[in-house]
Design a protein around this ligand. Structure first.
Ligand code: GTP
Ligand code: MG
Length: 583
């Protein structure tokens, strides 16, 4: 399809489904409050309501800047368990107007407090004391992570805590399965899964605050640095509890943005020289890793993994509960995040399908939080995007089509790689495709259950499979560094597990018993049954599946019967007909 078909008359975009993502919200309309706990509580309710408010999607980099600025006006406060919220807010408001405050648990109770003005942070820090410790010493580093101490603990001992803590982790899979079982359609199940798992407004604020706290540490060495977020924290596909991928950006002092000088002389900074960019990155991360380890309040388990393809410092940030990866010189990864954000913003079905496939893969141990030969979440996301590009009509455009829509300011060459694509979502036309999520989920499993992985490579730039350039079992071309395979780590066994599970899941979804079991209460059905760990062995209901012909034959005949029976398989509303037939 020509790029022009994706071009639209610049107009505000609304999401096409019922699902809204957190960063689609208009934060400026948020009400401010000072000291009342009622006001804070009603804000929690308001925040929930705001997820129903659609504002025009902002370009990725604008959103990032806004979020980072918001984080600079915020502090993280460890509170005693019986803190009186009203008195707490009254005390803090002596430093200035408070925009937002919420509480959560992570190795203690914490409050994230966002002031209206940055000056309030200086005022708060001015009034904060250095702890006096008897048998130990402290590393003198004044951060925006502070503790609230009660001057007269007896005052509050009889007062019940008024704090309401907001959850920052995903609900367990069995609870999710129960929740999904109560939905009316498979489409509703996919949207419910996404709404349940996606990052909340509070969690996003916390992520940017941790990023901003890290910047304060790195700025001790590099005052002009910024620390940016990438990966699933910002690409729209983050699940509560996902790791925090950060990037130390030294562009302001690296020479990449050097100015042209005029006149007879030029002054140049004297700088130490190292053999390569990689060596410079390793040295910088080594030093910053040491600072995080030695001075970073709340940062524990610091590991410097400097010999990896992409050198990084890994640590746990206890006050937020996030597992953090800090990299440097990683601007292409930010462009990948922006691209995924763009795709996720184009049509609500994209995020719903990505969340569902990721959750399905995790439930069946296709993916893992431990690095290894498994398929990664990033690779799975690319597979979903490719699949959606291949629908007829396509649901999302190819990367080359997005490049065709780019404006002059979108042009970007990073380390010799063309990373140009349109940033303004409103320039991209909405799709004519009206397939339901139920159809798409089935077709996804069938597509990859029958994909020619041995010969073909997945290419989201072209939206077409291409001949594999090497022998890796799974080849997904890196959209920007085109000679790289993002799934190089995947071995044949893991690929075969994925294919076999995809085939089984396609088969399971065809069964009449997977339709909504009317009157059966909260029995797992549809997507809920597919997420049960035993689904691929039992058909989703705990009974042994009868002996079957080989999976490929089974799928072929199923597909044939599907094609011939299509009109009868649903009731016209995308809902499957009720049937008592078992298999
Ligand atoms: P989760 O953390 O699993 O929720 O997803 P994620 O997308 O954040 O993945 P991960 O933390 O593993 O990686 C962070 C980001 O690094 C990804 O979003 C990509 O932008 C990038 N990335 C990850 N793996 C690869 C890879 O193999 N090749 C390239 N080029 N980039 C990768
Ligand atoms: Mg990540």
């Amino acid at each position: 399809m020509a790029a022009s078909l994706w071009m639209c008359r610049l107009r505000p975009r609304a999401l096409t489904g019922p699902l809204k993502s957190i960063d689609n919200l208009c934060f400026k309309s948020q009400s401010k409050h000072n000291t009342s706990s009622v006001a804070v509580k009603s804000e929690i309710a308001q925040r929930k309501d705001q997820t129903d408010t659609i504002a025009e999607r902002k370009p990725f980099y604008v959103l990032q800047e806004e979020r980072l600025e918001q984080a600079e006006r915020s502090v993280l406060i460890n509170c005693p368990p019986k803190t009186n919220e009203k008195k707490f807010l009254k005390h803090l408001s002596s430093h200035g107007e408070i925009n937002t405050c919420f509480f959560y648990e992570s190795f203690g109770t914490y409050a994230l407090v966002e002031f209206s003005k940055k000056e309030s942070i200086a005022s708060l820090q001015d009034g904060t004391i250095i702890p006096s410790i008897q048998h130990e010493a402290t590393v003198p580093f004044k951060s925006r992570l502070v503790s609230l101490k009660l001057n007269n603990p007896g005052d509050l001992s009889s007062v019940p805590s008024s704090i309401q803590c907001l959850r920052q982790s995903a609900i367990p899979i069995n609870e999710l399965v129960q929740r999904l079982s109560g939905a009316d359609t498979i489409d509703q199940q996919l949207y419910t899964l996404t709404e349940t798992y996606q990052l909340t407004e509070d969690n996003v604020r916390l992520r940017f605050l941790v990023c901003s706290l890290l910047k304060d540490i790195a700025a001790a060495y590099f005052p002009e640095c910024t620390v940016k977020l990438f990966g699933s924290s910002v690409n729209g596909f983050g699940k509560l509890g996902c790791d925090l991928d950060m990037f130390l950006d030294l562009d302001g002092i690296s020479g990449r943005k050097s100015k042209k000088t005029t006149g007879p002389f030029t002054l140049e900074y004297q700088m130490k020289r190292v053999s390569s960019e990689r060596a410079a990155t390793q040295k910088i991360l080594s030093v910053i890793g040491e600072c995080i380890d030695q001075f970073g309040p709340g940062c524990v388990g610091v590991q410097k993994i400097l010999n990896a393809r992409c050198p990084l410092v890994r640590f746990a940030h206890q006050p937020s509960g996030f597992q953090c990866d800090l990299t440097a010189n990683n601007r292409i990864a930010i462009k990948s995040s922006e691209l995924l954000y763009l795709y996720g913003s184009l049509d609500a079905r994209v995020r719903a399908l990505v969340f569902t496939v990721r959750c399905w893969a995790r439930a069946h141990a296709i993916t893992s939080s431990i690095p290894g030969a498994w398929i990664t979440n990033f690779s799975l996301t690319m597979m979903v995007i490719f699949f959606l590009q291949k629908r007829d009509p396509p649901i999302i455009p190819t990367l080359d089509q997005l490049k065709g829509l780019a404006g002059p300011t979108d042009k970007q060459l990073i380390e010799g790689h063309d990373c140009t694509f349109v940033s303004n979502i409103n320039r991209i036309n909405t799709t004519e495709n009206t397939e339901t999520l139920e159809q798409l989920l089935k077709e996804f499993f069938e597509f990859y259950g029958n994909f020619s992985f041995s010969k073909m490579s997945i290419n989201i730039r072209k939206g077409k499979e291409q001949c594999k350039p090497d022998v890796s079992p799974l080849h997904i071309q890196n959209p920007f560094e085109q000679s790289l395979n993002v799934s190089k780590n995947v071995n044949q066994t893991q690929l075969e597990r994925f294919v076999s599970l995809a085939r089984d899941s396609a088969w399971i979804l065809q069964q009449d018993r997977m339709s909504h079991p009317l009157g059966a209460g909260a029995q797992p059905w549809g997507l809920a049954a597919l997420l049960l760990p035993s689904a691929s062995q039992t058909g989703g209901k705990g009974k042994k599946r009868r002996k079957r012909e080989p999976a490929s034959e089974r799928i072929k005949s199923l597909l044939e019967s599907l094609k011939s029976n299509k009109p009868n398989s649903t009731n016209g509303n995308g809902k499957r007909n009720f049937s008592t037939q078992s298999y």
